[in-house]
Design a binder for this molecule. Structure first.
Ligand code: SF4
Length: 512
């Protein structure tokens, strides 16, 4: 069991820190297709840097290390209870070592267990098979993309596409719509797994199961193969692009599976996964517990270096670059326009769900006048001297703070909020009235941003747990894009509108 523990620990660490080669190949292709000097090209270059840094530092690719889901096939006779216990021990150690963020919270009290264990977590699903080895696969799927999963019950009416009936063409419309509705909020460019049929729960299971297929495999069902190819070709015409900044690549992979259903129900379930597609697998010798083979890691090393993009960024960039240091004045903010790239130096303060709820009814623990709130739940560890170290610190999905954000900015004089995926009309209105901006950092670029953090100057509200506490971070050249400004402009609204118009071109039947 000791060897199995080591193997499971290795699987968890590799999955969190080392992106599979099939995923890297898809990202490389997206970079080659993207136009030089655009915001999407800049984002892909940052993503590439981030992947390399995660390799070098053996640190989480993204700070949201997700909900661990294991799919395990075992020969008859393997003690599943013992395997489960070993996996739990490995999860606890990986959390302690900063390879996983403590992500498991009590659904009723919000208390964080601190070790990634909890009722029902991690998810471990066993199946028996006839082979004489174990097949263990792990996916770490973050909340930002999980929240963009969607399930359709056919027939239904879809914005832009009209009626989707109970046939292959109706399924096609649902899948196209699922990509549109995700916009950039699941850290596009993304991958989708689609499950056709089943009931609501087995449909979602089937969709997630598709994410364990290799990016380059070919569907053995001819109809589904054609559908996968169609979606790959056409979803990228929606123009949503990396991070929803607009661009050539919105989708990196599409895998579709089907199961039987009962006549009364017809579900199409879609599991959306961000570019930080962390899933790996191993074959294990059940006698020794040793890894005999790694899955998804075949083929040559993939070179994601950025030389071409860096040259293009200096010569053809569409972006104005502005240096920003807090406290920021209203005048400085009013000068910023959608599309500007900002490089922040000085202090930023993290705040996500618990902090925003708290600030509505309480005073802030620090003076936030003119300051920047960063929507981020970092991975933090104490070094040998007991000082906090940032292990991963990318942005989290901002839209969750929509009910609070505008009020908090006005109440405390906050001038900028930074996160990913954009915010809604209430925040946009507040930015206009109060003089504020929304900054979109590159989702998932947790190593890249951790490197921009030069010091942890303090922390407040630790009662909410590490990811939810307010961290005071000193940063240098922390780069983000202004996607909502103080003049009523929102890049997110613009991309949503234009992609909806483009979606409408796929209204006519394709599959009879
Ligand atoms: S890359 Fe984005 S969606 Fe994926 S886990 Fe990280 S923050 Fe969440």
């Amino acid at each position: 069991m000791e060897k199995l523990f080591e193997s499971m620990y290795q699987l968890i660490v590799e999955t969190s820190t080392n992106l599979p080669k099939d995923v890297r190949r898809a990202i490389k292709k997206a970079k080659e297709n993207e136009n030089a000097g655009t915001r999407s090209a800049m984002s892909l270059a940052t993503i590439s840097d981030n992947i390399k840094m995660a390799d070098d530092n053996v640190s989480p690719i993204c700070q949201d290390t997700g909900l661990p889901t294991f799919k395990i096939k075992v020969p008859v006779g393997v003690n599943q209870l013992k395997v489960k216990e070993v996996i739990k021990e490995a999860i606890v150690k990986a959390t302690k070592d900063g390879k996983l963020r403590p992500n498991s919270v009590d659904s009723l009290t919000g208390d964080n267990s601190g070790d990634n264990l909890g009722i029902g977590l991690p998810v471990i699903k066993f199946e028996q098979w006839e082979k004489d080895y174990m097949d263990v696969r792990l996916i770490l799927k973050g909340g930002g993309c999980e929240n963009k999963n969607i399930q359709y019950s056919l027939p239904c009416e879809l914005e832009g596409l009209g009626r989707a009936g109970r046939d292959l063409d109706g399924i096609r419309k649902c899948i196209m719509h699922s990509v549109y509705q995700a916009q950039g909020q699941g850290c596009s460019a993304g991958f989708i797994g689609v499950g056709i049929g089943g009931d609501r729960s087995s449909g979602y299971d089937l969709a997630k199961e598709q994410l364990f297929r290799r990016v380059e495999d070919v569907n053995p069902n001819e109809d589904l193969q054609k559908l996968e190819e169609y979606v790959m070709e056409n979803a990228n015409k929606l123009g949503i692009g990396t991070m929803g900044f607009g661009g050539e690549t919105t989708l990196l992979g599409c895998k579709i599976g089907a199961m039987h259903r009962i006549p009364a129900s017809f579900f199409v379930s879609v599991a959306y996964n961000c570019w930080a597609f962390r899933r790996l697998g191993v074959h294990i010798n059940p006698e020794t517990g040793e890894i005999t083979e790694w899955l998804y890691q075949d083929g040559e090393d993939v070179d994601l270096s950025n030389a071409k993009e860096e040259a293009a960024a200096t010569s053809e960039s569409e972006n104005r670059v502005v240096q920003l240091q807090a406290p920021i004045t209203e005048e400085q903010i009013r000068e910023l326009k959608v599309g500007d790239v900002v490089q922040i130096s000085g202090m930023i303060y993290t705040g996500r769900d618990a902090i925003h709820k708290y600030l509505m009814d309480h005073d802030a623990p620090v003076d936030l006048n003119g300051q920047i709130i960063y929507h981020c739940g970092p991975v933090m560890l104490k070094d040998e001297e007991g000082n906090w170290e940032v292990k991963a610190a990318g942005p989290t999905t901002s839209i969750r703070e929509e009910p609070y954000q505008g009020d908090i900015m006005k109440k405390f004089g906050v001038r900028a909020v930074m996160g990913k995926g954009g915010m809604g009309p209430k925040t946009l209105q507040a930015l206009k009235e109060h003089g504020g901006v929304y900054l979109n950092a590159i989702g998932g670029a947790a190593q890249y941003y951790a490197e921009c953090i030069k010091g942890v100057e303090g922390v407040d509200l630790m009662q909410f747990g590490i990811p939810e506490a307010m961290w005071h971070l000193r940063v240098e050249n922390f780069t983000a894009v202004v996607t909502m400004d103080s003049h009523g402009n929102s890049l997110h609204e613009d991309v949503d509108k234009s992609s909806l118009e483009k979606l409408a071109q796929f209204k006519e039947p394709v599959f009879k």
